[in-house]
Design a protein around this ligand. Structure first.
Ligand code: C2O
Ligand code: CU
Ligand code: CU
Length: 469
């Protein structure tokens, strides 16, 4: 596809790319809300002591903000690119119309420097989601551009505080400046980890919440590589009251016990968990959210009780209502298999404007993704609109792959390695040689990106797309 030819045909208006910040191409203006202005730009921020330069955010000196949307309410954003490189914004886990999905060449052309793209959609599902670029991904995400997106329920569940925690690493030298964002060796194996773990870009995040109150803690793993092993602990080894109430945005049918050091909860890149917690009664007492590094609890964030103790009870919360996802008919579902593994000695991916890596290590069904502007690469599967499918995902590698599908929420049914309580998600983690089966209804038409969320894997072949309709 040639970008210039595309613009010359006038097709740009239908997808909303407009140069110079003019808005409105092809929009129904009647119900359009006032768009948020989001400007992708360079930032600096003291992650260590000396401010790190050349970060990427939506403001010059702060992390990407938590975007709060409301279920069933139209949302719009003008995403302006003030970087020299191209970009595109993706709303991870949100079931948007295909043209709003932010995948370069597949659903839109990259937003080049100075351009604005108008995104508009109405979130059907409440819960915890996130946003990140889908072009120059390694570069822009590693430098900071990952943010939490909250879709609030139509009827609020009744928490006293709602705290979003964006978990991610940075790869920094002692002087606070970036080191190489990844290594070739990392890309060929588990991915290159960061050395500075952060929560909302802080190494020691502290959030205040009313003592004795009920907190909704939204954890989002937005790192390019790291799999978190989340463990919570209360003051002085005190048992904590609470539950895991939602996973990847969607309420769990049976809430689960809180994770702790002996039974941590894995959050793979792209995954989220919502926890309902009761704060300790004593002023200044803390709940510590940690990730396990080996057997050691590395604190990521602290929730601190403030004020006079409230007497709330977790039983007072309204249970979260299930999101309106079509339930697959397992008796009629058509079955397909996908194999995730090494690439047959592949050529370097072809580069578009979106920063391909110079080598190929991974594949889906032995086909390595041919690069950003993967001309002539067809869908891995074409599904009929409205039909049910059972997809078997088989990992034939020793590395972990959080497999993410855009546009369609799916149900994890079973695994050959662990017992699974069926649940809805957009990103399922495949462990070493693990096979899982998922089911979905192909109810959202379009071409949907399908990839590993370890960005180095995504960018070195472990990418494809599924077509609906
Ligand atoms: Cu979180 Cu294809 O993305
Ligand atoms: Cu996504
Ligand atoms: Cu992977």
């Amino acid at each position: 596809m040639d970008r210039r030819a595309f613009l010359l045909t006038g097709a740009a208006a239908s997808v909303g790319t407009v140069a110079g910040g003019a808005i409105g191409a092809g929009l129904a203006l009647g119900s359009a809300p006032k768009p948020l202005e989001l400007k992708i730009q360079h930032a600096q921020y003291p992650v260590l002591e000396t401010p790190t330069q050349n970060m990427v955010s939506l403001s010059p000196d702060a992390p990407p903000p938590v975007l709060r949307l409301r279920q069933g309410q139209p949302f719009a954003a003008n995403v302006t690119n003030s970087l020299p490189d191209a970009t595109a914004m993706h709303w991870h886990g949100i079931r948007v119309p295909n043209a709003m999905d932010g995948v370069p060449y597949l659903t839109q052309f990259p937003i080049t420097g100075g351009e604005t793209f108008h995104y508009a959609f109405t979130p059907k599902d409440a819960g915890t989601y996130w946003y990140h670029p889908h072009c120059m991904t390694m570069e822009q995400m590693a430098r900071g551009l990952t943010g939490v997106l909250v879709v609030e329920e139509e009827d609020p569940p009744g928490f006293d505080a709602d705290i979003a925690v964006n978990l991610r690493d940075f790869r920094l030298k002692d002087d606070g400046q970036f080191r190489e964002l990844y290594t070739k060796k990392g890309a060929a194996r588990a991915g290159t980890k960061g050395n500075v773990l952060t929560a909302n870009w802080k190494q020691a995040l502290i959030e205040d919440a009313p003592a004795g109150g009920l907190v909704r803690l939204r954890l989002a793993a937005t790192d390019t590589t790291r799999h978190y092993k989340i463990a919570l602990s209360g003051p002085g080894g005190q048992a904590l009251e609470g539950q895991v109430i939602a996973w990847d945005g969607h309420p769990l049918e049976t809430p689960q016990a809180l994770p702790h050091a002996k039974a941590p909860m894995t959050l793979a890149p792209g995954q989220r968990a919502d926890l309902a917690l009761k704060m300790p009664a004593g002023e200044g007492q803390e709940i510590v959210v940690a990730t396990m590094l080996g057997y050691r609890e590395h604190p990521l964030a602290r929730l601190r009780s403030i004020g006079a103790a409230q007497t709330r009870d977790l039983a007072e919360l309204h249970p979260l209502r299930p999101n309106p996802i079509s339930v697959p008919d397992l008796t009629k579902a058509e079955r397909h298999e996908f194999v995730f593994g090494w690439a047959p000695s592949g050529d370097a991916p072809r580069n578009g404007l979106c920063g391909s890596m110079p080598f190929t290590f991974w594949s889906i069904n032995r086909i390595p993704w041919a690069g950003d502007a993967a001309e002539g690469t067809g869908p891995l599967l074409t599904m009929d609109l409205g039909k049910s499918y059972i997809l078997r995902f088989r990992n034939e590698s020793p590395n972990q792959h959080p497999i993410h599908l855009h546009g369609l929420t799916f149900r994890v049914l079973r695994s050959n390695k662990r017992s699974i309580t069926p649940h809805w998600t957009d990103t399922v983690l495949l462990g070493k040689n693990e096979t899982v089966e998922i089911a979905l209804v192909a109810d959202n038409p379009g071409d949907w990106a399908f990839h590993c969320h370890v960005i180095e894997h995504q960018k070195t072949g472990l990418t494809g797309y599924l077509r609906v309709g």
